[in-house]
Design a binder for this molecule. Structure first.
Ligand code: IDP
Ligand code: MG
Length: 155
């Protein structure tokens, strides 16, 4: 158990479908703290870095273009084991395979237009938070809900 921060991007498909509020609401309702949030237009350079593991795949140009179609909303979310919690909430990559109850399962029928990006581990979370947020854009405010969200020995 560790208090972690993780990066979420609400992808252009989510902005275009006016689902940002609904998806952010799920994270808030879960009990995650919003430590950072902003809208930003991504470019080729940041996407080649962010999706470095995919640049040689045939679908990369389509993925890149879809991620530049509109601004994205970047979120830094904090909670106990937040990286895994958020990945579980997102569900598997392909929206057609993701179970109902997950974000992708509820809002996506696509392998690419799958609503959110979520960091997949501690190292990627740290690198991705640095990629999308300056230090001063991450806020350490204290949530008064913390005493109700967690047991005293959890957080
Ligand atoms: P993840 O988003 O679940 O971590 P990754 O494998 O890291 O999945 O892929 C990053 C993004 O690339 C996916 O969210 C999806 O938008 C896109 N993507 C992954 N695999 C495919 C594919 O086979 N076809 C089209 N797009 C894909
Ligand atoms: Mg990934």
């Amino acid at each position: 158990m560790a208090l972690e921060k993780t990066l979420v991007l609400l992808k252009p498909c989510t902005v275009q479908r006016a689902l940002c509020g609904e998806v952010i609401n799920r994270f808030e309702k879960k009990g995650l703290r919003i430590a950072g949030m902003k809208m930003m237009q991504l470019d080729e350079a940041i996407l080649r870095e962010h999706y470095a593991h995919l640049v040689d795949r045939p679908f990369f140009p389509t993925l890149r273009d879809s991620m530049m179609a509109t601004p994205v909303v970047a979120l830094a979310l904090e909670g106990v084991d937040a990286i895994e919690v958020v990945r579980q909430m997102a569900g598997p990559t392909n929206g057609r395979k993701a179970l109902p109850g997950t974000i992708r399962g509820d809002y996506s029928v696509s392998g690419q237009q799958n609503i959110v990006h979520a960091s997949d581990g501690p190292e990627t979370a740290a690198a991705e938070l640095k990629r999308f947020f300056r230090d001063e854009e991450i806020f350490e405010w204290t949530s008064p809900m913390r005493v109700a969200v967690y047991a005293s020995d959890e957080c």
